[in-house]
Design a protein around this ligand. Sequence first.
Ligand code: GLU
Length: 478
Amino acid sequence: MPKQVRVRFAPSPTGFMHLGNIRAALMNYLFAKQNEGIFVLRIEDTDAQRNINEAGYEIVEDLKHLGLNYDEGLIVGGKFGPYLQSRRKEIYQKNLNDLIENQKVYRCFCTEKELEEMRREQIAQGKPPRYDRGCLHLSDDQIKEKLVQKIPFIWRFKINQDEEQQIDDMARGKVIFEMENFSDFALTRSDGSFTFMFANFVDDWLMDITHVIRGEDHLSNSAMQAALFEAFAIPLPRFWHLPMICNIDGKKLSKRDFGFKLEDLKKEGFLSEAVLNYLAIIGTSFLDEIQSIDELIKNYDFSNIHSTGAIKYDLDKLLWINHKWISKLELQDLLNRVKPFLHDAYPESKDADDKKLELLISKVRDDIKTLNGLTTELKFYFKKPEIDEIKIEEECGADLSKKILDLIYTNLDETGLGDINLFLTKLKEESKKANVKIKDLFGLIRYFLTGEFSGIGIHDLFEMLGADVIKQRLFRLK
Ligand code: GLU
């Protein structure tokens, strides 16, 4: 029987959730679901200095928000736990002891300063910077003396520089690394904690991970970790190194690029469906680009993935996809998602009933790209727009605007607003007689109602605002 697929998302709680790690989480999730596998969340918090308190729990919240539910990991548990690396020190120590016993590692007493000088010299001589293995050749007595003096040290893994390491990458196929290009890498820090390189390897091994799906920036780490798998005589998992996402200038995305942080996207009102949809379709091709997570599980073709180099982050495309999702959601669902935005922008919206809000939303949802955009579009409803007579004159000219206002007021007096359709029909007839174009007539009415000369259709506006408010707003210059 083939082994059950087990994949993992293994973020370090050192900052914020961003498009790069959401994409890694998504691809792991899709791969697990498509193969009836297990999706594990492991928090890689071995670097105490870089960790942010509680960030692991924020990651759990973010995954929940995105709907990327994991089967094993922080909070939900599982039989391969603990899933926080800071709770796995004894496991790493035990495996380090095996390497010590088999003489695959050695102590390195070099200071940061010495290592930095070594690097600088090598670069100045045009050589690739690499640890010179000075400490590999220390005698037992020298080591003893340094230990007596309590000089801090780290454990380095002794790589075999004459050999090659080979990994199987789902996009690239066989990737071969000449190990002469690598340094003996650190497995511990001088405070005794374990490095990413070692902890990540031990966990992938002991958590029985079958496929390591992560960013391309880890490609050379995979070579070094392949050497660790070899040292323990364990078969390698398969890998997929995901192409990096870069900005318009071709540089790695950073927090300065809008929409890189999940937080930015949430604040602007991007739907999680849209974010996942966008991240799934970039770098591959879909006939129908709008795909729900269930459709992606069915349709994502893992046999057709390429190593395309970097992928450009295209905010316009993400906006387009978000727009499509906003038009596609059930109205009640959309209302629930936009409510916090409305409540925040217009506290009075808390008193509006759901039916009214649904009507308002249904009139504008097809024209906007984000929930924030939707909120802005409805501003006129909650905040009476200011009227600027100079603007009216600029737009229509003094004579025309007077003519239009007369038409409006006469008709309002005559028909009232009990029957909006009757009012509009009469008004249109009278305007025709008076040689006033409907476009100008409606433009000015719209300005009174919304503060804009163009935008939402007049019939829709009337339905949204209702007779009383319309009267109030139209009579402002009378
Ligand atoms: N903690 C690493 C990171 O956040 C994990 C990389 C991996 O998936 O192996 O980059």
